[in-house]
Design a protein around this ligand. Structure first.
Ligand SMILES: Cc1ncc(COP(=O)(O)O)c(C=O)c1O
Length: 438
């Protein structure tokens, strides 16, 4: 039995961790406890809030239950190289080379495996920053970027705010190199040391891709101020827009500051295996790699799981000719379905090119564009049985935007969209709308 809480038992930082309510986690747990199932729990919650890719579950289970993947052997009983089995680092290096950097082969020596991308962020915060340093990231963004960097690294994450543009979804939330440099200078002139910048590319929640020219400009700005550039490319193999012009940081020939340029990827999104807790950092810095090798002890992935991931990734025909192709196709189909339904219902959508999310504006259906009214709409939609994430929980400055994952089953998608549309229609009919822009 747990005793009643006494915060003097904890350190100051642990008190903060223990007492911070984490929206995404809380809502995930609530949704999972009463999950929609067409037959067994039709009144349950359709979880379109959590960033989980469910579109290839059957195919993944089929592949992973073949005897070469998940099979226990004596070698998994003992200690191993904490920063990753060579077989997995090699398989990841080959996969990243084939898909992201064919002219710039990735070496397994530049890779460290950790238990998920969240862990990779935590490890980089520890390795690159001192307590009190600042890390910048454009917002809106996946909320845990803040937590992962701040919680144990004792580093402050500050947003580079990308703004909504009234009545222009496509121009909204754009990132400009000038905004990046201005934010660095502003932070520095407030007496703070900016140590790193994190770019999520393709972006969560926008589903957008940063143009390669902008990426290079931002890398140059980081190099000018000796700031580490961290490219979070968790969704880079889930680009479903065939015209998207994506360039991984791994493929740039003339990286302005290779010692301070790092890359993160994971099995959680592109391979839908969040439960495997397998993420990877790529760095060209031998000193960064040396430190990661030491701290990996605290956050390594079990060798049995590393072997299963390595087997999957090494099966090139299965990955390239089957899994990644079908995965993209299904993501594209689900996204197109959402886009058509939302636009048909008069909901503004910002176009996505990659990932699992659709980012849309329910601002006109709020009584007023405030955080309180956004939460009120969130609660109403949740009560109707769908969990979607309100944008302000993803550091969006303008209330009204929401993120929904379309990477659910077809049945869940249909039910989820139907319920969201019902709430919107009811608000329209009751005149509970503001039609306000910003
Ligand atoms: C951009 C981004 N980074 C990191 C993570 C965490 O990934 P992992 O499960 O590998 O820790 C997520 C998960 O949603 C994400 O979207």
């Amino acid at each position: 039995m747990l005793t009643t809480g006494n915060d003097t038992v904890l350190s100051k930082r642990a008190t903060k961790t223990a007492n911070t309510d984490e929206f995404l986690l809380t809502q995930f747990e609530k949704a999972e406890a009463n999950l929609f199932h067409a037959k067994d729990n039709p009144e349950g919650i359709v979880n379109m809030g959590t960033a989980v890719n469910r579109v290839m579950e059957v195919e993944l289970i089929e592949r992973l239950t073949k005897p070469d993947a998940l099979r226990f052997e004596q070698r998994y009983m003992h200690y191993f190289n904490n920063s990753g089995l060579l077989e997995l680092r090699q398989a990841v290096a080959d996969t990243l080379t084939r898909h992201l950097a064919p002219d710039n082969p990735v070496s397994p020596d530049n890779l460290a495996i950790m238990n998920g991308a969240g862990s990779c962020l935590d490890a980089l915060a520890y390795t690159l920053c001192d307590p009190g340093d600042v890390v910048l990231t454009p917002t809106p963004v996946y909320t845990r970027i803040f937590t992962d960097i701040e919680e144990r690294g004792q580093v402050d994450v500050m947003p580079i705010v990308c703004k909504a543009v009234p009545d222009n979804a496509e121009e909204s939330f754009r990132l400009y190199k000038e905004t990046v440099e201005d934010k660095i200078l502003e932070t520095q002139s407030a007496g703070r040391r900016v140590r790193a910048l994190i770019l999520v590319n393709p972006n969560n929640p926008l589903g957008d891709i940063y143009p390669p020219g902008l990426l290079l400009d931002i890398m140059k700005i980081c190099a000018k101020y000796a700031i580490h550039f961290i490219s979070n490319e968790l969704y880079s193999l889930s680009i479903f827009d065939e015209d998207a012009n994506f360039q991984s940081v791994l493929s740039f020939k003339d990286i302005p500051d290779p010692e301070r340029t790092h890359f993160i990827w994971s099995m959680s999104k592109d391979f839908a295996l969040a439960g495997f807790r397998t993420g990877v950092i790529h760095t060209c810095s031998s000193s960064v790699m040396k430190c990661l090798g030491k701290i990996a002890l605290y956050q390594c992935t079990p060798s049995l799981i590393q072997h299963a991931s390595a087997t999957l990734l090494s099966d090139k025909a299965w990955c390239d000719d089957f899994y990644l192709k079908i995965n993209r196709q299904r993501l594209r189909d689900r996204y197109s379905c959402c886009l058509a339904r939302f636009r048909g219902a008069g909901i503004t959508v910002r176009k996505a090119k990659a990932g699992l999310f659709i980012w849309f504006d329910l601002g006109p259906y709020l009584r007023s564009r405030t955080k309180e009214d956004e939460m009120d709409l969130f609660q109403e939609i949740l009560k109707r049985g769908v969990y979607i994430v309100p944008g302000t929980q993803l550091y969006c400055e303008e209330p009204g935007w929401f993120r929904a994952s379309f990477a659910v089953s077809e049945v869940e998608l249909e039910e989820g969209l139907k319920r969201i549309q019902q709430v919107v229609e009811e608000r329209k009919q009751k005149g509970q709308v503001s039609w306000s822009t910003y």
